[in-house]
Write a protein that binds this ligand. Structure first.
Ligand SMILES: [Zn+2]
Ligand SMILES: [Zn+2]
Length: 102
């Protein structure tokens, strides 16, 4: 933890980061990793502490609702790399899903 001066303005980049993480659109679905229900933040299983970012698997599942601009798969279909299934969807798919949700 870094001590901040009382009344010191929060850097805009940090403010934007906090805003974007607290309203992450992937939270509209349940998390397959930590089993956080839809609308709830992800938690660390060991301590029940809330995570600032959803688990990658949750974001990946959420982004799968749309087709992938990278490997051209249909919605609800996992991404692949030359026929080899990927654990997480392509970054471009996540980026486009975020832009669509924003
Ligand atoms: Zn989670
Ligand atoms: Zn893809």
């Amino acid at each position: 933890m870094t001590a901040r001066q009382p009344g010191a303005p929060m850097p805009p980049a940090l403010r934007a980061l906090i805003h974007s993480t607290t309203t992450h659109p992937a939270r509209t679905i349940a998390c397959p990793h930590c089993h956080a229900p839809a609308g709830r933040p992800c938690t660390l299983r060991t301590t029940s502490r809330h995570l600032p970012e959803p688990h990658p698997q949750r974001v990946s599942n959420w982004a799968q609702a749309a087709a992938c601009p990278e490997c051209q798969v249909e919605p609800k279909t996992p991404c692949h790399d030359a026929g080899r299934p990927l654990r997480y969807v392509h970054d471009r798919r996540t980026t486009e899903a975020k832009e669509t949700a924003a």
